[in-house]
Design a protein around this ligand. Structure first.
Ligand code: HEC
Length: 138
């Protein structure tokens, strides 16, 4: 048994060096959203790698901006998101609403009416920025 011990220890030491080398330096951690960048994206007339019509082409800000005939109002998104789906945080709900819109369809709206391809056409960072922005719209 004692003989087995030291090669194993060497392996552990080598493995931890390799891990440290890969993990160190770059910050490859979870993507952190920026609300200001998200607001700019949200308000762009076109968005993403396919230049699709932007969020505001469907989402009016509030009643003063027009009817919520194409999509729910932007104002109040964060407040609605908190209780939309039991067990889901506002952040998780908004994220899901962007990447898989039909997972939960807002009452009064139809499945398939929200643009379905944002996950493919936006970067992870852009999606995180949009979520961070919508979390400020209480
Ligand atoms: C083609 C029209 C259209 C576009 C473009 C669009 N949406 Fe939507 N969106 C909808 C509709 C319709 C719903 C409601 C149906 C549903 O829940 O999927 C919705 C729902 C949502 C919800 C859930 C709202 C709530 O109050 O629960 C979020 C969040 C959202 N959209 C974000 C976005 C973002 C961010 C963009 C731009 C990247 C965007 N939408 C672009 C039509 C659109």
């Amino acid at each position: 048994m004692r003989k087995m011990f030291s090669p194993f220890l060497v392996l552990v030491v080598v493995a931890s060096f390799v891990l440290a080398a890969c993990g160190g330096g770059k910050s490859d951690g979870p993507v952190v959203g920026n609300a200001e960048a998200g607001k700019k994206l949200y308000e762009s007339s076109t968005l993403g790698s396919n230049s699709a019509e932007g969020c505001v082409s469907c989402h009016n800000y509030d009643e003063a901006a027009g009817e919520a005939d194409k999509a729910p109002y932007t104002a109040g998104t964060a407040a609605r998101a908190e209780s939309a789906v039991a067990g889901m945080s506002a952040e998780e709900y908004i994220h899901e609403s962007i990447i898989t819109p039909d997972a939960y369809v807002v009452e009064g709206f139809k499945e398939g009416d929200m643009y379905q391809k944002w996950q493919a056409e936006l970067s992870e960072q852009q999606i995180a920025d949009l979520v961070a922005y919508l979390l400020t719209e209480k």
